[in-house]
Design a protein around this ligand. Structure first.
Ligand SMILES: Cc1cc2nc3c(=O)[nH]c(=O)nc-3n(C[C@H](O)[C@H](O)[C@H](O)COP(=O)(O)O)c2cc1C
Length: 337
C-alpha cells in the first residue's frame, strides 16, 4: 500500500522511516549512511541551546553538517525559552532547514537543567518555549516528546495540542514516560489518541525494530511515519527494509556479505575522518560492536577489535574479520527476529 509521504513545512520527506536523534550515535557519518540506505529524514544529536558551550569539541562536531543531503534537521535542547529561540535562530542562519526541540530525552545532565523530557512537567514553560522558537525562525520547527513524566502524569495529548496551536510543523512521540526511561515496552495507544486529535504529521517512536512492527504501529496509530532509534544501531539497512515492506507487504532480502562489509568499512573510515585518531577509534568500537552483535563469531571479533588503539590497525583487523572469520550474511537469522 503506497500512501503520500509526510511533509514538514515545505519539505516532503523521502520516506516514512525516520532516524531518531541519539546523542553520541547519530553523528554525521551515521546520518549520511542511514539516508543513503533509505531513511526518509535524519535528525542530528541534540546540541545544547547554551551557545557559550558551542566552542567545545563535542558541540563543534555535533554542529557539523557538511555534505549532508537536505532537509537538515538540527535538534536543540535546553530549558530557557529565550536561549532556545536564540539557538534556533543561529542554527537556521547556519543552514538548518528544520529545528527540532528536544522534550523527549531522559538523560540526567539534560534533566538536571530542567530540559528534555523534564520540561513536560511544566506546561506553561512548554508553551513559552514553543512560541519563542517558532517565532524566532522562518524554517519549520518540530517537537519530540514522551507520553508524559510518569504513569500518573501522561500529558502528551495536552502538549501535542499546544504544539499544533503554537505552529509546530510535526511531532514525534516516544511511547514511554520519562520515568520509564527505556524500560518496559513502548505503548502506542497514547500516540493513536494524539494522531486522532491533530492535523499536523505525527511520527510514532519506540521499539520499532522490524518491518512488521512498523506496519502494525502505523496501522494502530494512524501516524504519518515511524521513527527508529536503537533498531538502527549496527543495522542501517533497517530503513530500506521497513520502507520496502510498507510499500509492498514483502520482506526485502537482507544485505549480502559484500554489501555489509563495504558499509562497515566505509562507516569506519568516516568515523576516523570526522573524529581523528583518538576519538575515532573509540566511537568506532561502539558501532562496529553493534554490527558484530548477533553474528556468529561476532563476540570474539568485538573483543579483539575493542583492544585496538590505532585507526589503521582497526581497519586491518576489521578487514581480516570480514574476509575470513565472520559469516556476515547473518546465517543465524537473528537480525530478522
Ligand atoms: C543512546 C541514546 C541517545 C539518545 N539521545 C537522544 C537525543 O539526543 N535527543 C532525543 O530527543 N532523544 C534521544 N534519544 C531517544 C531516541 O531518540 C528515541 O526516542 C528512543 O531511543 C526510543 O526509540 P527506539 O526504541 O527506536 O530506540 C536517545 C536514545 C538513546 C538510546
Amino acid at each position: 500500500m503506497v500512501t503520500a509521504l509526510p511533509r514538514i513545512g515545505p519539505h516532503r520527506l523521502a520516506g516514512r522511516v525516520i532516524l531518531a536523534p541519539m546523542a553520541g550515535i547519530t553523528d554525521r557519518p551515521f546520518r549520511q549512511l542511514c539516508r543513503r540506505l533509505g531513511a526518509g529524514l535524519v535528525v542530528s544529536e541534540m546540541v545544547t541551546a547554551d551557545r557559550r558551550l558551542w566552542h567545545t569539541p563535542k558541540s563543534r562536531l555535533r554542529l557539523d553538517h557538511r555534505g549532508e543531503p537536505g532537509p537538515r534537521s538540527v535538534q536543540i535542547a535546553g530549558g530557557d525559552a529565550a536561549m532556545l529561540a536564540d539557538a534556533a535562530r543561529v542554527n537556521a542562519d547556519n543552514g538548518a532547514e528544520i529545528i527540532d526541540i528536544n522534550m523527549g530525552c531522559p538523560a540526567k545532565k539534560v534533566c538536571n537543567k530542567a530540559a528534555g523530557s523534564a520540561l513536560m512537567r511544566d506546561e506553561k514553560l512548554v508553551g513559552d518555549i514553543l512560541e519563542a522558537v517558532v517565532a524566532a525562525v522562518d524554517v519549520p520547527v518540530t517537537l519530540k516528546i514522551r507520553t508524559g513524566w510518569c504513569a500518573s502524569s501522561r500529558n502528551a495529548l495536552t502538549i501535542a495540542r499546544m504544539a499544533e496551536s503554537a505552529g509546530i510543523a510535526a511531532l514525534a512521540v516516544h511511547g514511554r514516560t520519562r520515568e520509564q526511561r527505556y524500560s518496559g515496552e513502548a505503548e502506542y495507544d497514547t500516540i493513536a489518541d494524539i494522531c486522532s486529535a491533530l492535523d499536523i504529521p505525527v511520527f510514532a517512536n519506540g521499539d520499532i525494530e522490524s518491518p512488521e512492527r512498523a506496519r502494525r504501529v502505523l496501522d494502530h496509530t494512524g501516524a504519518a511515519a515511524v521513527m527508529v532509534g536503537r533498531g538502527a544501531q549496527g543495522n542501517p539497512w533497517i530503513f530500506r527494509e521497513i520502507e520496502h515492506f510498507l510499500n509492498t507487504g514483502e520482506r526485502l532480502a537482507p544485505p549480502g556479505a559484500d554489501e555489509r562489509a563495504a558499509v562497515m568499512m566505509q562507516h569506519l573510515d568516516a568515523l576516523h575522518a570526522l573524529y581523528g585518531d583518538y576519538m575515532g577509534v573509540r566511537v568506532a568500537r561502539k558501532h562496529i560492536g553493534w554490527y558484530l552483535a548477533g553474528v556468529r563469531g561476532g563476540e570474539q571479533g568485538r573483543r579483539v577489535f575493542n583492544r585496538i588503539e590505532k585507526p589503521a590497525e582497526q581497519r586491518r583487523q576489521l578487514a581480516m574479520l570480514l574476509a575470513d572469520a565472520l559469516p556476515l550474511a547473518d546465517p543465524d537469522g537473528t537480525r530478522a527476529a
